[in-house]
Design a protein around this ligand. Structure first.
Ligand code: C5P
Length: 241
C-alpha cells in the first residue's frame, strides 16, 4: 500500500543527534533558523528524554528517524511498533536478525487504521561486527557481504522499505533488492575530517555516487565549530551542488 510517508524525498541528509538530554537536542536545533533538517533520535536520547522529545522535535517541523533497532518476539515487536507509529515518526528500524516473521509483525503493528505508516528499515549486520566476530560469536560461516545481502533480501521479502548499511554496500543492496529499496548509510566523513571510531568511511559525494539514498551524519555536524555550515556543506557535497 502506498503511504504518505513514502512521499519523503528519496535522497536526504539525516543528522544523528546523539545527545543525552532534551536541552542539548533543542539547543542544537535552535541553531537552524532557515532550514529543518531530517534528524535521527537514537536510544541514548530516547531513553533519557522519553517520547516527549519526539513530540517536541516533530512540533518544530523536523522529519524524524527513530533509531531504536527493535529485536524481540514478533508479538512484542508488533505492539511496540504500534506505539512508535503513534509518535508520528517518519522512519524507524529493527534488526533483520529477528527474522521474517518478526519483520512482518512489525509492519502490521506500524500500520495505522488509515493504512499509512512510517517507513521501516532493517539493520543487517552491525558495522561493529566483522566476519571473524560473526564466525566466533554467532557461528555464521558465510562471508559477511553474503550475510548482509541475505538479510536485506529477507527484509524485502517481509515488505520492509530498506536497510541500514555501509555506503560501500549500497550498490549491491540495490542490485539485489531493487533501486526503490532504501539504503540508509552511516559512516560518512568529510575528506579533511576525523574518522573517529568509524572504520570504513566515505565522503558525502562518494556516498551519493555509490547510490546511498539517505546518509546519516553525526559528529562531523554536531561537533563542528559551526554545525549549520557543516550541515550545509554535507548537503552541498551529497546533492552535488
Ligand atoms: O557521529 P557519526 O557520524 O559516526 O554517527 C553515526 C550514527 O549512525 C550514530 O548515531 C551511530 O549510532 C549510527 N550507526 C552507525 N553504524 C551502524 C548503525 C548506526 O554508525 N551500522
Amino acid at each position: 500500500m502506498e503511504t504518505k510517508e513514502k512521499n519523503l524525498a528519496k535522497k536526504d541528509v539525516i543528522i544523528a543527534c546523539d545527545f543525552n538530554c532534551s536541552e542539548e537536542m533543542l539547543a542544537f536545533l535552535d541553531l537552524f533558523q532557515g532550514e529543518k533538517p531530517f534528524v535521527k533520535i537514537g536510544m541514548e536520547l530516547f531513553y533519557a528524554a522519553g517520547p516527549q522529545i519526539v513530540h517536541a522535535v516533530k512540533q518544530r517541523g523536523h522529519r524524524i528517524f527513530l533509531d531504536l533497532k527493535l529485536h524481540d518476539i514478533p508479538n512484542t515487536v508488533k505492539k511496540a511498533m504500534a506505539v512508535l507509529s503513534r509518535l508520528e515518526v517518519d522512519l524507524c528500524n529493527l534488526h533483520a536478525g529477528g527474522c521474517i516473521p518478526m519483520m512482518e509483525a512489525a509492519l502490521e503493528g506500524l500500520t495505522r487504521p488509515d493504512g499509512s505508516r512510517p517507513l521501516l528499515i532493517a539493520v543487517t549486520q552491525l558495522t561493529s561486527t566483522d566476519e571473524a566476530t560473526m564466525r566466533r560469536d554467532l557461528l555464521i560461516e558465510r562471508p559477511l557481504e553474503e550475510v548482509v545481502l541475505h538479510y536485506a533480501r529477507n527484509a524485502r521479502a517481509a515488505g520492509l522499505d530498506g536497510v541500514v548499511c555501509s555506503p560501500l554496500e549500497a550498490a549491491s543492496v540495490h542490485a539485489a533488492c531493487g533501486s526503490g529499496f532504501l539504503t540508509v548509510t552511516p559512516g560518512v566523513r568529510f575528506a579533511d575530517g576525523e574518522a573517529g571510531d568509524q572504520k570504513r568511511v566515505t565522503t558525502p559525494a562518494r556516498a551519493a555516487e555509490l547510490g546511498s539514498d539517505f546518509i546519516v551524519v553525526g559528529r562531523p555536524i554536531t561537533q563542528a565549530a559551526d554545525p549549520v555550515a557543516a550541515y550545509r556543506r554535507t548537503c552541498a557535497e551529497f546533492f552535488g551542488a
